[in-house]
Design a protein around this ligand. Structure first.
Ligand code: C2O
Ligand code: CU
Length: 623
């Protein structure tokens, strides 16, 4: 409901501007009448979206509507019925243009003070001019002025959007202290990111990951010009036991591309987090790097490069990371859902298998499928707002864990679809029955994973969606009160990013490096609210921490711990985390195209400094 109405207000903004523009050019009863009707419809539409929440309408109510309504009232009071004088009609055209600008183009986020001042200065200035000229204004000079001003603005915005040569995390000035005590920032650093390393004792598990280029053949015969770890896609499973001290040596044998390894979902010490330009420099071709951390969380994780990740994760620089609890048993395997770009077209696959793959399992075996969604939905070509959806057929099952953290009191499920955001993990558990079980990605109902003997069960897609918000008993919240509260408005609109015009997704109407730096102190209880006011889904991923989901659209949920929270258009999520892992941490959308286009911010602990830089004159391009 909100989505339809709000999209309509965007279209209507343009219609409104057109109608009033025509009416101003050649005032006539019909055009003026239509303009007034459009104004009323716009007001009604905003009224309809109001119940979704103030955050979804505030920009329209505070900014757009008054700009449109005030001149419309002047038209009714001053110009009707003779359509003289004309200045109110012209002012209505200006107001309608500004309305369109606010609802579609600029999409400001609160506080709106500066926007209000600028927009009203434009409207009042234009109206004053029109009144003085009695609305008798020649079109050509007006057009010339508009073209010059707009052209100048576009030129300026394009230039200003080009990323600087060097962005230093410590130079970021827009610090958001979340309403808590304001500290000294991080230019007076007491600690450096590079000091926050993992333990140095002898490792319990040691691995080597070699990044190398290789043509890979998928099970269908389709070929991938892949970037691999150890010559395979996905990279090898790193399987360790809870409590192990893990050491991974990264070797970069790519021809010209830098690499890092990020441990998605593992809350490792900051220096081991593997983000180019934040926690290390990207490892150059020929270089090596050693990561060390203790795997204290049992669960399903994955690793991937965090250099050019939009491009490089898509091409294969990722793999599963499993931390087994002491009681692990039965068949326990990671399943990485990925879309491969091949000369034969985009292929939907589990791992490197894009056809139905059979695995023998004896009836009675306990099974845990660690389902991991590794593909940007902007790559696999569905509508940008659709999460990827899976179906498990042939047995009741439970979703035992989400994002590497066990749920409390999960109950058996049958006949549901499992929508998953990018980067997220669901652990699906069941006891193997005496007939086959099938896991399918609905993007390719012919493929998937088939466990056991016998004919493959048919796949249904007309099923209700699994919703973790109402599943299980919920994790009891350890949070009593909060030291800081952050609110982040997610939206999207036309804008320049790094010099090119596109439709990027924004955080508080900003793109990196202008996005706020969220500032915390060690030990803080932090509440964060995400409001998705835009058209796309955003799986938001905070590094180094797990957040407890508290509510959705103001309604408390059965809480679960998340590190990759899928937020759909029209959804507001409030989550909470404990600031217990000092460092500078990336917080971004895991639809990596969105991150690539600037949907990136950072969480920084007071007094921690990162010596690394991103930007055109550095090697580091984390997204
Ligand atoms: Cu899966 Cu910032 O990463
Ligand atoms: Cu996104």
């Amino acid at each position: 409901m909100w989505e339809i109405a709000t999209n309509f207000t965007e279209v209507l903004g343009a219609v409104l501007a057109l109608l009033w523009g025509l009416a101003a050019r050649r005032p006539g009863r019909v055009l003026v009448g239509l303009g007034l009707v459009a104004v009323v419809v716009q007001v009604v539409l905003v009224g309809l979206t109001w119940p979704t929440g103030w955050d979804y309408v505030s920009n329209r109510v505070v900014l757009a509507l008054p700009l449109m309504l005030a001149p419309a009232v002047a038209v009714v009071v001053v110009s009707l019925p003779r359509l003289e004088p004309r200045w109110p009609i012209h002012a209505a055209a200006v107001g309608a243009l500004l309305d369109f600008y606010v609802v579609f183009v600029d999409r400001p986020a609160p506080p709106y003070t500066v926007n209000v001042i600028v927009l009203w200065a434009i409207l009042l200035g234009a109206t004053g001019l029109l009144w003085w000229r009695q609305g008798r204004i020649r079109a050509l000079p007006v057009l010339a002025v508009v073209v010059v001003v707009l052209g100048g603005a576009v030129f300026y915005l394009q230039r200003a959007s080009v990323l600087p040569d060097r962005v230093d995390m410590a130079s970021m000035t827009d610090l958001d202290w979340g309403g808590g005590p304001v500290g000294m920032g991080h230019e007076h650093a007491m600690r450096n990111v590079t000091d926050l390393t993992g333990p140095s004792e002898r490792p319990d598990a040691a691995f080597t990951l070699v990044a190398q280029e290789k043509w890979i053949t998928l099970s269908s015969g389709a070929t991938v010009d892949a970037w691999t770890f150890n010559g395979q896609v996905p990279g090898p499973e790193l399987r360790v036991h809870q409590g192990d001290l893990v050491q991974v040596t990264l070797v970069n044998q790519l021809k010209s591309e830098g690499v890092t390894v990020h441990w998605h979902g593992l809350d490792v010490p900051n220096a081991e987090d593997g983000v180019a330009g934040v926690t290390q420099d990207a490892v150059r071709p020929g270089g090596t790097y050693v990561y060390r951390f203790r795997a204290t969380q049992a669960g399903s994780f994955w690793y991937h490069t965090h250099q050019d990740s939009y491009l490089a994760v898509d091409r294969g620089l990722f793999g599963p990371l499993t931390v087994l609890p002491p009681e692990a048993k039965g068949l326990d395997i990671p399943v990485m859902a990925h879309e491969w770009t091949t000369p034969q077209g985009v292929r939907t696959a589990f791992g490197a298998s894009d056809t139905l793959r059979r695995v023998a399992v004896a009836p009675g075996t306990p099974v845990r499928l660690r389902l991991i969604n590794t593909s940007d939905n902007t790559v696999w070509g569905a509508a940008d707002k659709d999460p990827r959806t899976f179906v498990l057929t042939g047995t009741p099952f439970t979703v035992a864990a989400i994002d590497g953290a066990d749920l409390v009191g999960p109950t058996p499920l049958t006949d549901v679809r499992l929508p998953m955001g990018v980067g997220g993990r669901y652990d699906l558990t069941f006891t193997m029955p005496d007939h086959p079980v099938r896991l399918t990605d609905l993007a390719d109902p012919g493929g998937g994973l088939l466990l056991g003997d016998g004919p493959a069960p048919a796949v249904r897609s007309d099923l209700p969606d699994f919703d973790p918000a109402g599943y299980g008993a919920g994790v009891p919240s350890p949070f009593k009160s909060f030291d800081r509260r952050f609110k982040l408005i997610l939206d999207d609109g036309p804008a320049f990013y790094d010099g090119s015009l596109s439709f990027p997704s924004t955080i508080n109407n900003l793109l990196f490096p202008d996005t706020p730096m969220l500032m915390v102190r060690q030990g803080d209880a932090v509440e964060t609210t995400f409001v998705n006011r835009g058209h796309n889904d955003h799986p938001m991923h905070l590094h180094g921490h797990h957040a407890l989901v508290l509510s959705r659209n103001g309604v408390p949920v059965r809480s679960w711990w998340t590190d990759s929270l899928e937020i759909l258009p029209g959804q507001t999520y409030t989550v909470a985390f404990r600031a217990d892992n000092p460092g500078v941490w990336m917080d971004h959308c895991h639809n990596l195209k969105h991150a690539f286009q600037g949907m990136v911010m950072h969480l920084a602990y007071e007094g921690v400094h990162s010596p690394f830089q991103v930007g055109h004159k550095t090697i580091n391009r984390p997204e």
